[in-house]
Design a binder for this molecule. Structure first.
Ligand code: DGY
Length: 325
């Protein structure tokens, strides 16, 4: 029987052609993510799943695919939507796309740091509403980038790339990491998360979403931050408690936030966060450039094609648990 691959969202056609040349390839092209029922039905008898952040790939999905399933390839570096333990138990390789999006995500994060510090989205809305009548020397005052202190939570690949941009722009950078990073770029390690939060003018989150980081930034942590401080999240929404953040922004406990990721995602219509001026809300686009998304698509297909040829994915997150011999 020919191998079958499910691609859960529309993707670049040249990469789909690479898959089609080696497997029956089903691409779900509806603009919205597959519903649970669609996913459970569409995975049946698949050898590979080309998955996206919007797909919850758990044991039920793996079992619905059946014993043919050998690889789940995530279009992204974060793979918290995949139950990797369940995949490992079933000898299913999980692939991702590290590296190719690092600089793009860091460019975007640093743009958010600058934009939130200088209140750009708020100022744009102010002009569009027709409220800009005259120059006011005391209105829309922001926070300097140069000379400010940036606290990075998670000095991994993307966190380090953000730190390099910050250092080049005259910021002082401190970080908090569970493990000692291979290269800390000369930045100071904060003694604790609270110390980082209390000292930083800007806090940028770059840790993966795990049971340990779920809700890492809640009410107590936001109260530890300074009232002029800015929170930037381009990592994963559930690292921040949305209700606590909404309250901190409303009460002025922190000055503003810039969020490329939220919990839930998207933020539902009518949510109080949508009514606040001091928050920038973006639709999970940190890696969304033509060049980077093409490379991510190619890497995801590389991960699947390797498995169809009997090899491990070149970027495999659970290789130590896979035994196909
Ligand atoms: C990633 O690569 O993890 C992006 O957030 C897309 O999911």
């Amino acid at each position: 029987m020919a191998a079958k691959v499910l691609v859960t969202r529309r993707q670049f056609e040249d990469q789909m052609d690479r898959l089609r040349s080696e497997a029956e390839t089903i691409v779900l092209t509806r603009p919205a993510p597959a519903t649970r029922e669609e996913l459970l039905h569409a995975v049946k008898d698949c050898t590979g799943i080309f998955a996206h952040i919007t797909d919850r790939i758990d044991a039920d999905v793996m079992d619905a695919a059946g014993s043919s399933l050998r690889v789940i390839a995530e279009f992204g570096v974060g793979y918290d939507n995949i139950d990797t333990a369940a995949a490992s138990e079933r000898n299913i390789a999980v692939g991702n796309t590290p590296g190719v999006l690092t600089e793009t995500a860091a460019d975007f994060t640093f743009a958010l740091i600058q934009s939130a510090g200088r209140r750009l989205t708020e100022s744009d809305r102010f002009v569009r509403r027709g409220e800009w009548k005259w120059f006011d020397p005391l209105d829309l005052l922001g926070l300097d980038i140069n000379g400010s202190k940036l606290g990075i939570v998670g000095l991994g690949r993307i966190g380090s790339a953000v730190a390099r941009r910050a250092l080049a722009s005259g910021m002082e950078v401190i970080y908090f990491n569970r493990n000692q990073p291979a290269d800390d770029l000369g930045c100071r390690r904060a003694g604790s998360l609270d110390e980082l939060l209390a000292e930083s003018d800007f806090v940028s989150l770059h840790c993966p979403l795990t049971p340990e980081t779920y809700g890492l930034i809640g009410s107590a942590q936001l109260k530890t931050m300074q009232s002029h401080a800015v929170l930037v999240n381009t990592a994963r929404g559930p690292i921040v408690d949305t209700d606590a953040l909404t309250e901190a922004l409303r009460s002025g406990a922190i000055a503003s936030a810039a969020l490329d990721v939220t919990d839930p995602e998207p933020i539902p219509a009518g949510h109080p966060l949508l009514r606040l001026e001091n928050v920038t809300l973006l639709p999970h686009i940190a890696s969304a450039t033509v060049g980077t998304r093409k490379k991510m698509s190619q890497m995801t297909v590389d991960n699947i094609l390797a498995v169809l040829r009997g090899e491990l994915p070149p970027n495999c997150v659970n290789s130590e648990h896979i035994n196909w011999s």
